[in-house]
Design a protein. Sequence first.
Length: 132
Amino acid sequence: YDGMYYFVIGKGLPLVQLYTSDFKMVSSFNLMEIEEIKTTVEQQKTDKPNSYFVVVQDVYAAGGKIFLLIATKPEGRFRSNKILVLKITNNILELENFYELDDKIYSTFCVNKKGQIVIVNSRSSAIEIYEI
C-alpha cells in the first residue's frame, strides 16, 4: 500500500495486520472489537461450528486509510452493507469510522477522488454512490 505498507486480512480470522515495507508487523486491528462483527462471528460459530464466516468482502486502500466492506448477519439475514475505515497514523491502525449503507448486499467498491464510495449492488448489478 503506497509502497510503505502491506496489510493482511484474515479470511476466517477477523484481523487486519499492518506490515512495513521490510515486512515487520507494526500493528493489528481486531475486527471483533466492533460489536456487530463480534455478534455475527459468534453466532456463526454456534450455528455452524465446523465453518467460518468471511467478514471482509472487499478492501480498498487510499490516502493513508484502509476501507473494508463488511458482511454481517443481523437477525440471521446476510448483509454486506457496511464500510469500516481504518486510518494509519505513526504505523498504528486505528478505527476512524464505520458507515452503514442501505440495507442491501454489495459486492465490490472503491473510493473516488471526491471521497465518495462507489459501490456495486449485487442484486441489481447497479453502481451506487455514497457521500462519506
